[in-house]
Design a protein around this ligand. Structure first.
Ligand code: SF4
Length: 340
């Protein structure tokens, strides 16, 4: 079709050679994409030497979620976050729980998003009483342009934004974000695990967790514990010690795996493995280790005296002694977080 240019002009890329190849600068893969091809994420296309984003405005998932669902337990608890996800991902996790969205396939076609789409979603978020906006469900790095336009609408409304991410974005992307909070996956703690099970790399994730914390972003970290693949106690001990070295107050969510996709023959994570991981995290100095997709160990306790400060029943709060205060009423010790 002459003169038809699919998608929208992409940001964060550069020409790479005389043959029209484009290098995408969004994530650690740094795909070099020849004309007519897409990058690993399947949603960035080299169209005649120009990189285009194919998922701008393609809202594959949209919901008003409790912020606890991200999971963020120390960020504005009990509030609702307007949550948007678009197709594509820069990883290919064997057990992806969302692969209908994350791997849209080679036939994925862009939509023509209305020019005022971000503004209209902004109005919807305000009408529904969203306290914040989250870019989530898939990987926001690969819908960067769309997420940035939505974040601008959130900023106009005075709402903070959240990224729920695998942490594989490039340093340029991380630097460009005006984000209040992130939940970053730390899927394992060896390069072998990342390469074999996710198709990604560990080193960029570690760098990005460290950078986000140093920039004052509120960061919580999630590890999905997969039986036999990343639940070795010695490795978990190294992971927890590394995290505690960045800050003992970084909350660590240890989440239960259920069989999916190319890992459908594995069993669900035994509860005792989750509890052992939690004990390892605490013994390595972390103040807050939570279990996900499993009963119990979801309350926030004062790291000083053990007093229950926030009690959770699923995503609902049964008690919240921190919002508006941030200190334990029993011993006066502050608990790290954003307790607005
Ligand atoms: S976002 Fe990452 S995976 Fe997608 S094209 Fe760019 S470098 Fe490749």
């Amino acid at each position: 079709m002459p003169n038809y240019r699919p998608g929208r002009a992409a940001l964060m890329w550069r020409p790479a050679g005389d043959d029209g190849t484009a290098e995408c600068l969004l994530c650690a893969r740094a795909c070099r994409i020849p004309p007519g091809r897409t990058g690993f994420c399947q949603v960035r296309l080299n169209h005649e030497g120009e990189l285009r984003t194919l998922n701008y405005g393609f809202t594959g998932a949209l919901a008003l979620d409790p912020v606890e669902k991200k999971p963020l337990y120390h960020f504005r608890p009990g509030t609702l976050t307007f949550s948007v996800g678009a197709p594509g991902c820069n990883l290919d996790c064997q057990g992806c729980q969302n692969h209908g969205l994350s791997r849209p396939g080679p036939d994925f076609a862009p939509v023509e998003a209305p020019a005022d789409l971000a503004a209209r979603l902004g109005q919807a978020a305000q009408a529904q009483g969203a306290d914040s906006w989250s870019f989530t469900y898939s990987e926001p790095t690969v819908f960067f342009e769309y997420a940035q336009d939505l974040a601008a609408e959130a900023a106009k409304a005075g709402r903070p934004t959240i990224w729920v991410t695998n942490g594989e974005m490039s340093p340029q992307v991380l630097k460009s974000l005006d984000v209040a909070a992130m939940n970053i996956d730390l899927k394992g703690f060896t390069e072998d695990f990342y390469r074999q099970v996710t198709g990604g790399r560990l080193a960029p994730v570690l760098d990005n967790i460290e950078t986000a914390l140093s920039r004052g972003v509120w960061v919580e970290v999630t590890t999905l514990l997969i039986p036999g693949l990343n639940d070795d106690p010695a490795t978990l001990k190294r992971l927890a010690a590394w995290l505690a070295g960045l800050g003992r107050d970084v909350p660590w969510h240890v989440s239960r795996f259920f069989p999916r996709r190319r890992q459908s023959s594995l069993p669900p994570t035994p509860l005792k493995s989750l509890q052992l991981a939690r004990e390892i995290g605490l013994s390595e100095g972390l103040n807050h280790v939570y279990l996900g997709n499993a009963p119990g160990f979801s309350d926030t306790l004062c790291p000083g005296c053990g007093h229950a400060l926030v009690a959770r029943d699923g995503y609902r709060l049964g008690l919240d002694l921190l919002s508006g205060r941030g200190v334990c009423p029993a011993c006066g010790r502050p608990t790290a977080g954003r307790w607005t």
